[in-house]
Design a protein around this ligand. Structure first.
Ligand code: HSE
Length: 436
């Protein structure tokens, strides 16, 4: 059988890795796919002379649109990233009857519904394993491996850069900017690193996980997103004293009222395996009714780990190129006409436990005022810790853990606590999940 002809868009960290992995493992990949998979064309900008030499006989162009219009290409691999021109290129490739493999989480999270509808119309596949958690085959695991289950929740460390920063803060007391610069140097961080720090990159990935876990359309704009920029070294230490680690989690949970979709720093018990996922590594914990909890761990970013997922998608495409489109695995795990119209809950309706840190004047009755406010709003305290005042300071840090309560109740409690004369500044609130 003739090899599958692949056109590669982008020769950056992931594009370069994909080119090299496909070449190095060509024989093994052919044995798996049943036919060869060859990158016949590459479109990229600012390619180094070293790469030009490495490309050898591969046709090269700087014009990505020329590549997606080329009739001699069966599959387009989009590794440019970002919304534009990736969206136009992918839609044009689909319109031209080409299958698409992409690592572009932003594109799928925001325009996936439109892209899958176009792919359905044209009878082509759009594969996106590399869009979530890099090399971890989490899309395949949820979409195919767990297809017999009703999934209850998914919780993941799905941004390597953010996890690297939190880990280095906890273990080495390193400076935030210094760790971020290292992540950028290693090719882990996004082109705009605020996407990593503010949780936008994780929200893109969570959007995709939530859809394939629960069979709902992609709804990136409904994901609650909070970054890690405000987490202090003290919070990391206090969490540790209570037996917790702070992780930047993406959580998608099915509840009787709707689906929770949220990305925020989260305290999790340090004894959980996922609490011990450190550095740039990613992990996704899935709770499903038949199998129970399963945990998927691995490299969530980087050249060859992400290429591993891209190439696996290419093998999948090669295997089913000739299959009737109706018999292929649906893009969002559920048949397109069976996607459910379940509401995504606003954050005010989400229920979770909390870590609170406040600065209180060191005088009688302060704690009583705070606990009175919490009690009136039905918020139960799980643990409380008052630290020594710093030399010369007239306030003391008070740290509390609460039981689960709806976010809107906690918002009201914090409004009242911050209005007390005896509390200075704002109250630090970090959500806490037991993940049991
Ligand atoms: N910036 C992302 C991360 C790259 O740090 O995880 C992989 O999507």
């Amino acid at each position: 059988m003739n090899p599958v002809r692949v056109g590669l868009l982008g020769l950056g960290t992931v594009g370069g890795g994909t080119f090299r992995v496909l070449k190095r493992n060509a024989a093994e990949i052919t044995r798996r796919a049943g036919r060869g998979i060859e990158i016949t064309h590459v479109a990229a900008r600012d390619v180094s002379p070293q790469w030009m030499a490495e490309l050898g006989n591969t046709r090269f162009t700087e014009n990505a649109f020329e590549l997606v219009d080329n009739p001699d290409i069966d599959v387009v691999v989009e590794l440019i990233g970002g919304y534009d021109p990736a969206r136009e290129l992918v839609l044009q490739a689909i319109h031209n009857g080409k299958h698409v493999v992409t690592a572009n989480k932003a594109l799928i999270a925001k325009y996936g519904n439109e892209i899958f509808a176009a792919a359905h119309e044209s009878g082509v596949m759009v594969a996106f394993e590399a869009a979530v958690a890099g090399g971890i085959p989490i899309i395949k695991a949820i979409r195919e491996g767990l297809a017999g289950n009703r999934i209850q929740w998914v919780a993941g460390i799905i941004n390597g850069t953010g996890n690297f920063i939190l880990t280095e803060m906890r273990e080495k007391d390193r400076d935030f900017a210094d760790v971020l610069a290292e992540a950028q140097r290693l090719g882990y961080a996004e082109a705009d690193p605020t996407f990593d720090i503010e949780g936008i990159d994780a929200a893109h990935k969570l959007t995709i996980l939530g859809s394939i876990a629960f069979g709902v359309p992609l709804q990136f704009d409904k994901v609650y997103t909070e970054g890690i920029g405000h987490i202090t070294r003290e919070d990391v230490d206090y969490a540790e004293q209570f037996g917790y680690r702070i992780k930047h989690l993406g959580i998608a949970r099915r509840t009787p009222d709707g689906i929770e979709m949220r990305v925020h720093p989260t305290l999790i018990p340090h004894r959980r395996l996922i609490a011990n996922v450190n550095g740039v590594m990613n992990a996704v914990l899935v709770s499903a009714d038949a199998v129970g909890p399963t945990l998927y761990y691995g490299a969530g970013a980087g050249s060859e780990p992400t290429a591993s997922a891209v190439v696996a998608d290419l093998v999948d495409v090669a295997r089913v190129l000739t299959a009737d489109p109706g018999n292929r695995v649906p893009h969002l795990a559920f048949q397109p006409d069976a996607l459910a119209d379940v509401a995504i809950l606003p954050m005010a309706e989400v229920e979770t436990a909390y870590y609170l840190r406040m600065q209180a004047l060191d005088r009688p009755g302060v704690l009583a005022d705070v606990t009175h406010i919490l009690g009136n709003l039905g918020i139960s305290i799980e643990a409380i810790l008052q630290k020594e005042p710093l030399p010369e300071a007239d306030t003391v840090p008070v740290i509390m853990l609460t039981h689960r309560i709806r976010e809107k109740q906690m918002d009201e409690a914090l409004r009242q606590i911050e209005a007390l004369d005896s509390i200075t500044g704002t109250v630090m609130r970090i959500r806490l999940e037991d993940l049991s």
